[in-house]
Design a protein around this ligand. Sequence first.
Ligand SMILES: NC(=O)c1ccc[n+]([C@@H]2O[C@H](COP(=O)([O-])OP(=O)(O)OC[C@H]3O[C@@H](n4cnc5c(N)ncnc54)[C@H](O)[C@@H]3O)[C@@H](O)[C@H]2O)c1
Length: 368
Amino acid sequence: MLKYAMIGGGPGAFVGGVHRRALALNGQARLVAGCFSRDLEKSRVLGRELELDGDRVYATPEELARLEAGDVDFAVVVTSNEAHYPNVKACLLSGINVMCDKPFTHTSAQAEELVRLARERRLVLAVTYTYAGYPMVRQMREMIARGDVGEVRFVNCEYPQGWLAEPVETSGNVQASWRTDPERSGGVLSLGDVGTHVEYLVPHVTGLTLTRLAARLDSLVEGRTLDDNGVILTEYDTGARGVYWYSQAATGTVNGLRLRVFGDRGGLEWFQEDPDHLRYTPINEPARIITRGTPELLPGAMAYSHTPAGHPEGWLLAFANIYKSFCDTIATGAAMDFPTGEDGLRGVRFMEACLQSSRQGTAWIDIP
Ligand SMILES: NC(=O)c1ccc[n+]([C@@H]2O[C@H](COP(=O)([O-])OP(=O)(O)OC[C@H]3O[C@@H](n4cnc5c(N)ncnc54)[C@H](O)[C@@H]3O)[C@@H](O)[C@H]2O)c1
């Protein structure tokens, strides 16, 4: 059993509890320490609820990193975005492996520094691009790699949410208030929150490398200064093309991440709200629905499938799957099969390129 500490994820927080539940599902790691909030009293309340030793609930992340070095196997950073960089850095400098939520950092210079620190100290650094943990996303990846759609010519990925279709940041919604504050979110709203998931997923599934993009970022909700909607044209190393659309002002949508890949021999489609099914359309043949849990699943997908066919799996198990591989790497040195700090860095470069493009009237920008 590995031991971990958590930074962020305090009382009332959204995603910290999801990380804790996902880790508990795997049974590979036990929470032993935390700095869950900037407010020590709030951290203590949660520490008691989680039955932590009171001495291991800390006033600051720096103190946690210093005093837990050597005692924990990894730290989970699930704070609002502005606190990712300093807290990941403090952990790495203390020799602690880190899982950080996305978007990784505010700037690519910060992300480069963290990746370098992890590499120099031989530490495991990962980023929770959750959707890579779904078995049917793994199935899609393996099918494309073995040539089931032929050569990929076009990719379409969209991620609409509707929870910011009204200015809820002005009426006390905690999650909306820091996300719409440029200082805390990193100068982006939905691009960082959902656009980075799209950025990670497409190359991860297709094997394509993004080489150029042209972006138009908008604020659809009156009075908002940061983007809540964006459309991005993309080009890849093979000559393939794509279109991304992300939004948090898409009224009436919930969590509509959808990935469609079109090759010269077939197409594939996966929709996050129906995560156990994949639609495969070989050219000139009827569409086939591939169902998670059935014998036709490829080995990589099968290995991360938990319940029998027809008993739906979802988001929580996708988080657990990312952690399974992360913990295996820390415990046994198993090959990394999860989004890494390098992937986090690529996500930050993508955000910077989108911002630059949009400011220059949707100009084409080369990706470094
Ligand atoms: N991977 C995913 O699918 C996913 C989903 C949701 C959120 N996220 C990411 O997770 C992070 C947290 O988002 P959230 O919605 O849970 O935010 P939140 O506001 O609900 O929670 C943030 C928590 O961090 C704490 N915190 C902030 N600064 C801190 C510091 N310096 N030290 C200790 N604690 C601190 C806050 O007190 C709070 O408890 C964000 O980066 C977000 O983008 C990822």
